[in-house]
Structures are given as C-alpha cells and as structure tokens.
Design a protein around this ligand. Structure first.
Ligand code: 13P
Length: 257
C-alpha cells in the first residue's frame, strides 16, 4: 500500500485526565514509528488536552451531532469537536447504533455534518453474530454501508483522504476473539468492491479499510497481512501505550505491507 497504515485507538467511555500520561507515551512512541499513522479518539473531555500536547498523533471524536447547533441538550456538534482540536470523527459505531438507536440515515447525516466541518470520518459497519450465523453478513454490510456513507453525489472531491471505513463485526468487539483472517479478508474485499461501485475505480480503491474487534499486539501482524486491511480501530488494547504501540509496530513491519 502506498499509504501508511492507519492505527486508531477508540478509548470509548474510558479516560480522565489521569490518562493524559498514557496519551503522551503514545505520542512519543508514534514519533519513533513514522511509517504508521497513529490516532486517538478519547472521550470528548480529553480531545483538547491531548490535542494541545500531541506532536505526532492526531486526535478525533467518537461521535458528533448532525445539526450545526441549537437546542440539543447534551449533544456536541462537528464544529465544536473540530474547535477542540479533533481532526476526525468515528461515526456509526455499533455501540451507538444499538445503544443510542442510530439509524443509517442519521449516521449519514452526521457524516455530512462532519465533512462540512472539515473533519475526516471513520465510518463503522459491522454485523451481529446472529446475522453472521444466518449467512446474511455480506448483504447486511453492503446495505448498512451504502446507506450510511455519503451518497456519491454528496461525496467530497478528496474522499479517499477524508473517508476511512472500519469493519467491526459486533461479535468480535470486546470479546478477546478477533474475526478469522478469512472472514476479515472476505468482508474487506466486499467493502472494496462496494466503494469502487459507489465512488469509481480511482477513488474507491484509495479509501482505507481498517479492521476492528479484539485487535491485540499478538494477533495484529496476521490481521495486517490480510489483503485490503489498511490498519485497525482498537478498543481495549489502545488504553495503554504498551499494547497500543505493540499493534502499531506490527503495522509498520515491512513484510506486512
Ligand atoms: P475492542 O478492540 O475492545 O474489541 O473494541 C473494538 C472497537 O469497538 C473499536 O471501535
């Protein structure tokens, strides 16, 4: 791959200011591993403090509202997270789709708001264990992604720079057991084909597709060796610099890319 692997930590609802030392350690380590693009999505409250100190990593948000502003108690807009220093936002994570009832249409509206605010987006998709067992995983992912990503007519000109897709099978998140390399390879191939159909050969081939779901230092190298895997979205293992940078190191191995 011409582009650097993209390794993103999603801290979810973990982290107070006591975690800033971990973010600093991640930033310092990232300066020594420039072959990999390292990013962190902490809780909203830590975006600005991490952004202020970071020299190498980029900082992002885990969600944003679809409106520019207004009477939305407890919500935060794309412009607000950008103002705090966020360069990207994770959208459509399964924990928001299920925990907050976010529909594909809402996720698409959030994507439009984020892109308009100048942010990059990481668009998540993922099927449940039940959907996979019933043999409908591929059809589900195609439908979910197609309805969540910007429609071709609304996509930004530099979409390959602005959009990353994350495949995160729900049954692999936080379970300690990642999807098999065969399952990852199949689904990333399906997603690549969909991106080409939607955005054309040139742009569709350039959009990065990253995998998430129980990525750890000891399984990262085999996952990164799968065709069409351009990085990882990491939950639990991104909470310490040691394990997170173990994953980033595996992504930077020349034999994998
Ligand atoms: P885990 O790495 O903890 O399985 O979480 C994956 C995830 O949901 C990242 O967004």
């Amino acid at each position: 791959m011409a582009r650097r692997p993209y390794i993103v930590g999603n801290w979810k609802m973990h982290g107070t200011r006591a975690m800033l030392s971990e973010a600093r350690a991640i930033d310092r380590a990232a300066q020594r591993h420039m072959k990999v693009e390292v990013a962190l999505a902490p809780p909203f409250t830590l975006i600005h403090p991490i952004h202020r100190e970071a020299e190498q990593i980029s900082v992002g948000a885990q969600d944003c509202h679809h409106a520019d502003g207004g009477a939305h108690t407890g919500d935060i807009s794309a412009a607000m997270v950008a103002d705090a220093g966020a360069k990207f936002v994770i959208l459509g994570h399964s924990e928001r789709r299920t925990g907050h009832g976010e529909s594909d249409a809402l996720v698409r509206a959030k994507a439009a708001a984020a892109l308009a605010a100048g942010l990059r987006i990481i668009m998540c998709c993922g099927e449940s264990g039940e959907t996979r067992e019933s043999g409908r995983a591929v059809a589900f992912i195609k439908k979910q992604l197609k309805a969540s990503l910007p429609a071709p007519a609304d996509a930004p000109a530099d979409l390959a720079e602005r959009i990353t897709v994350a495949y995160e099978p729900i049954w692999a998140i936080g379970t300690g057991t990642a999807a098999t390399t065969a399952d990852i390879g199949e689904m990333h191939g399906v997603i690549r084909q969909l991106l080409v159909e939607l955005y054309g050969e040139e742009q569709g081939r350039e959009v990065r597709i990253i995998y998430g779901g129980s990525v750890k230092p000891d399984n990262a190298a085999e996952i990164f060796a799968v065709p069409e895997v351009s990085g990882a979205l990491v939950g639990g293992a991104s909470l310490t610099a040691d394990s997170f940078m173990g994953i980033a190191l595996a992504a930077g191995e020349p034999s994998d890319h």
